[in-house]
Design a protein around this ligand. Structure first.
Ligand SMILES: C[S@@+](CC[C@H](N)C(=O)[O-])C[C@H]1O[C@@H](n2cnc3c(N)ncnc32)[C@H](O)[C@@H]1O
Length: 154
């Protein structure tokens, strides 16, 4: 077992999960702030040089765990490790945000998909760029194709 403590908290426009875009075609454009606690502020040095960051956080308001579930982007069940469900054995979230700026220990960011007050465990620079032709999107890609075909028919 291990213990972690938050390095900061999110200030986001969302107070309820239903306000966060989800389902087919959802886009995450919400802006807000990641407030780093004073003891870790020095760790932000040079972070504003990156356009995007990985933010690792806790689904602190998730209820229980579900190993198989139907995501909002599909009508079929999938294993939790093939989804981004909040209801996981270890309720850890991962979001890529765009850096808008830094004011001391506050990072202004865009692309939030978590509730206001969500605890942050870590931040890392986003460096990876996997070429599109090498990406396989599994059930998600298939669901998107079905949706595109349906939109085309209607
Ligand atoms: C589908 S998850 C994806 C989160 C992250 N991008 C990931 O992949 O780990 C996003 C959803 O988690 C839920 N959520 C957001 N913040 C939460 C929190 N602090 N506790 C519990 N659920 C949360 C909301 O329903 C939101 O729509």
């Amino acid at each position: 077992m291990f213990t972690m403590k938050p390095i900061g908290f999110v200030r986001a426009p969302y107070t309820e999960t239903k306000q966060i875009p989800k389902g087919p075609g959802a886009r995450h454009e919400a802006e807000g702030t990641i407030e780093i606690v004073p003891e870790f502020e020095a760790g932000l040095q040079d972070v504003e040089g990156f356009s995007h960051l990985f933010v690792i956080w806790v689904f602190d308001r998730a209820e229980g765990c579900e190993l198989l579930g139907v995501p909002p982007t599909d009508d079929r069940p999938h294993g939790v490790f093939a989804t981004r469900s909040p209801r996981r054995p270890n309720p850890i979230g991962l979001t890529v945000v765009e850096v808008l700026g830094r004011d001391g220990r506050n990072l202004r960011v865009k692309g939030l998909d978590m509730l206001n007050g969500t605890p942050i465990l870590d931040i890392k620079p986003y460096l990876s760029g996997i070429p599109a032709e090498k990406l396989r999107l599994g059930w998600f890609g298939e669901a998107e194709q079905r949706r595109a075909a349906k939109d085309h028919r209607e």
